[in-house]
Design a protein around this ligand. Structure first.
Ligand SMILES: [Zn+2]
Length: 261
């Protein structure tokens, strides 16, 4: 699990993770596990797993709390008092942090959010609060202002774009013209989302940049096509930013990346 940068830096004690149910819970769990880890277990060179991570995986970590609503109306004042405020009055059972994972945070009633304010504003040093939500609309501004909001989903999208760009960059010079023109179909889905297209172009740019740098480090002469490709990508980005014809711009770019032009 790759954590978003905002979580890597570990700069707050209260976060709102906004994203799809599965992803936000997975990120929260990975983060909680890492915060209480005693020996960098995520580091691939770690040969043994620390006690905290072991206990975490078993699902019975004594210092990680999953806060849930006991009523159908959402997470209420009583839930917040008994599961968070009360719990925060004592130090962790054994590990560094007491971590509260509060899923469906958008269902915390306004009264309950107010009841939480003081706790998240001046928490004991061991308190970490992870609010997980589909959206932030129902979360009071007073709560939001005390939290770092992390929007998830971006990472997944970025890595998809990266894989796509890498595939294009590694194949395109070996294709014949018909195959190159057929590649346009793969770009068509981005036609309606200029933002995604811009992300793909950035990743292509990086893919060629990497090739040039790697050649340099290996004392090899970078191929001229790579430099031409970078120029072509910059040009395409400009054309699309000025609302130029999408298909024309992409086909021209593909021909240039192929070396046919
Ligand atoms: Zn560990």
């Amino acid at each position: 699990m790759v954590l978003p940068d905002a979580l890597k830096l570990n700069l707050s004690h209260a976060y709102i993770l906004v994203g799809e149910a599965e992803e936000r819970l997975a990120v929260a769990r990975a983060f909680a596990k890492k915060l209480n880890c005693q020996s960098n277990c995520n580091d691939s060179s770690a040969d043994k797993i620390c006690l905290s991570c072991k206990v975490f995986e078993s699902g019975n970590h004594p210092d990680v709390f999953y806060v849930t609503g006991t009523k159908t109306t959402g997470i209420g004042v009583e839930d917040v008092r008994s599961q968070i405020v009360q719990e925060m009055t004592t130090s962790p059972f054994k590990y560094r942090y007491k971590i509260f994972i509060i899923d469906k945070a958008e269902t915390i009633t306004p009264q309950a959010q107010n009841a939480l304010l003081k706790t998240i504003e001046e928490p004991a040093s061991y308190g970490v609060f992870l609010f997980l939500a589909e959206h932030v609309h129902n979360i009071l501004l007073t709560v939001r202002s005390r939290c770092v909001t992390v929007k998830l989903g971006e990472i997944k999208k970025t890595s998809e774009h990266e894989a796509f760009a890498e595939e294009i960059a590694s194949r395109i010079a070996h294709l014949d013209i018909l195959e190159v023109m057929a590649l346009y179909k793969r770009f068509e889905p981005f036609k309606e989302s200029r933002e995604s297209m811009s992300g793909v172009l950035d990743m292509l740019y990086l893919a060629y940049g990497r090739r040039i740098i790697e050649a340099g480090t290996a004392n090899l002469t970078p191929e001229k096509l790579w430099f031409d490709s970078i120029a072509a990508l910059q040009h395409t980005k400009r054309v699309l930013a000025q609302n130029g014809n999408f298909q024309l711009a992409v086909e021209l770019m593909l021909l240039k990346l192929n070396g046919a032009m």
